[in-house]
Design a protein around this ligand. Structure first.
Ligand code: SAM
Length: 284
């Protein structure tokens, strides 16, 4: 089977199977060989690696992954794509296609079965409608991960690597940066896909930390605090947290804790670093 990473071969496969794109599954297939090579290079796939691909589509990136990795597990929700994948990946013995919603997959079990419990590398051109739930599931589950290299909407990549005091900084920035070190490796225009998405895209590599970078005694509590802080962006942090019933902290308690950290009681949440959120959560 010829490589799919170009318009001609992709259209040929789509026509052969009379495939209809499903908008609800965020289907935009890559048709640019250069972008595919950059994704594989950024993910640093070696012949030792077991890769989890989320949403293989017609198998375009899967072909590249299968050639670089020892083993690939590709999880695709759309059952209409399964016969196509059987065809386009028929030349590879090291690929397993799983017809499932990634949010329902037991990834720990997958890592055990496919990689003896050693860390997986995740590579995906993600369906944009569920980027955040997928990223959070990857990090919050106990699945061992080395890195996660993703094509996402450009604005989401910006949010993932934003720092305090910027408009893109928020709960997603802090969640990603608690688990991983983010680095945008490419910007990708809409004409690299069929059909073209309405937004610009970016490839971002998230390298998983082995140890958390900040001393949060209770991660769940810290993230509840972070979410509440950004829910009311325009309010001071002390007021925002005081208004969040799930936290049961008063405005005065927050103001006192902020003072202990050497911060103004009038500060807004968007000014705090991840480390300051961790210390605040420990104090509260
Ligand atoms: N990897 C292919 C490529 O680069 O050309 C396709 C990428 S396309 C942006 C996203 C793929 O994810 C589609 O094939 C879509 O059917 C699949 N998908 C959408 N939601 C999914 C889910 N919840 N679980 C697994 N796959 C999903």
């Amino acid at each position: 089977m010829a490589y799919l990473g170009n318009p001609k071969n992709t259209i040929e496969v789509l026509q052969k199977y009379q495939f209809h794109f499903q908008k609800r599954y965020g289907q935009n297939f890559l048709i640019d060989g250069n972008v595919l090579e950059r994704i594989i290079a950024a993910a640093e796939i070696t012949g030792e690696d077991c890769v989890l691909e989320i949403g293989p589509g017609i198998g375009t990136m899967t072909q590249y992954l299968a050639e670089a990795a020892r083993e690939v597990a590709a999880v695709e929700i759309d059952r209409n794509l399964i016969p196509i994948l059987e065809d386009t990946l028929s030349g590879y013995r090291n690929v397993t296609v799983i017809n499932e919603d990634i949010l329902n997959v037991d990834m720990e079990k997958l890592a055990r079965e496919k990689n003896g419990g050693r860390p997986l590398k995740v590579v995906a051109n993600l369906p944009y409608y569920i980027t955040t739930p997928i990223v959070m599931k990857l990090f919050e589950s106990q699945v061992p991960l080395k890195s996660v290299t993703l094509m996402v909407q450009k604005e989401v990549a910006d949010r993932m690597q934003a720092g305090p005091g910027t408009k893109d900084y928020g709960a997603l920035s802090l969640a990603v940066q608690y688990y991983a070190s983010p680095r945008v490796v490419a910007h990708v225009p809409p004409n690299c896909f069929i059909p073209r998405p309405n937004v610009g895209s970016a490839v971002i590599r998230l390298t998983r930390y082995e140890e958390p970078p900040v001393p949060a005694e209770d991660e769940k509590k810290m993230f509840a605090l972070i979410r509440a802080s950004f829910r009311q962006r325009r309010k001071t942090l002390a007021n925002g947290l005081g208004n969040a019933p799930e936290l049961a902290v008063t405005r005065q308690q927050t103001a006192a804790a902020l003072e202990k950290l050497g911060l103004s009681p009038e500060i807004r949440g968007e000014m705090l670093t991840l480390e300051q959120f961790a210390r605040l959560s420990n104090l509260l």
